[in-house]
Design a protein around this ligand. Sequence first.
Ligand SMILES: [Zn+2]
Length: 448
Amino acid sequence: MVYFNPETETMPRDALDTLIDERIRYTIQYAVDNSPFYRKWFRNNQIDSKSIREHEDLLELPVINGATIRENQPPATTDFCFKSAPWDDIYTVHETSGTSGTPKAFFLMWDDWQRYAEKYARAFVSQGFGPGDRVAVCASYGMNVGANTMTLAAHKIGFTVIPEGKCTFPVRVIQSYHPTAIIGSVFKLLRLAHRMEAEGMDPKDSGIQKLIVGGESFAEGSRNYLEEVWGIPAYNTYGSTEGTMCGECLIRNGLHVPEDLVHMDLYDPNLSSFVPDGQSGRIVLTTLLPEGARSGNLLINYDTEDVTEVITRDPCPCGRTHMRVKNPIREAETVQIKDVPVNRVDIEEGVFQRENMEYLSGEYEVFVYSDEDSGTVAMRVSLECHDPDTCDKNEVEENFLSALFRQKPSLSHIYSDGTLEILFNYPPNGGLELYRLKGRPKRLIDRR
Ligand SMILES: [Zn+2]
């Protein structure tokens, strides 16, 4: 299998753009007819829904975000205003773990599941999956759609799923079922490899042929290290309950966006205009429904609060014509250090410098403090260390700083003039604060 949906995935750019515009018109009409929120939204904003003819017209519409969803569902309102189909047609209900307050509710029809699964199926086929593969899924099943969507995609392609849900499964699973691939996050897959080594199994001899990473953004350095430890390639995916599911193909130069099913615009930080290709911008997405399709939950101009960059809309060497974007990063994981935006991934690139990995596990956390009196900012970098006594700290720090300053040259100026202080700390294995907290680890914490 080369393509999951050859006609759509290799559609020439002109035809693809025409299809997108048709689907935008249909989706807008569906929203007006079926979504209480969007019916009111067009009326209140005095926008004639018929005036939205093509994707550029979406710029005329306001951008909404997670707060908009929360303000339009109980307890704020009596009904779920984003639900766009009757209860009898809703197959499953989902909640996304909100950073604050009530989780956002999503309502999926079976049709929505089919489209979600098709997006993952396309990505998996583009990564070389096919019948005969056995895949351990370490993403969590439950209110998140990711793991279930992948499992449904496996059925479409015809491979076997081992639905572990977590990456903490016993090494016996690998010996018993001989998975050919594992889906998980970079850090979980690293920990699994270390656990296998501790039990006498070299990850390189495990029979696993590839890793699929997703769930959070990562530095190229951490991917490289993961690939080295496992001795196999790791492919990136990006997905969310809102319906973006993008994946790297075998070429590994960006993630293909399934443009016929989700429209992705990239906006400037003020959310007032599109940014040109090659510049980084906020991902604002719009669900695209095929003519005649239905949906339990659709979004128009939804700010994901993630940031990426369009690499190209030209055809990929793999034959797919759908655009490719860089690995998205979360805006929520960016801190401002004297007007310089620094993302967790910038820090991670500093940690995962190859020479550092002789001493470090890769686990890290960073706290940012400020000294109001002197006007300085301090960054305390904690790097988990196999053996703090033998660690070449000078080398680690030099590698870390040069990689960080390569990513963020303006940081080096405020570092050399003393406005930014960077302090290093080398806890032994298990010594990071993040191990004592529940949930997704926060690695870059602003304590100002
Ligand atoms: Zn490709």
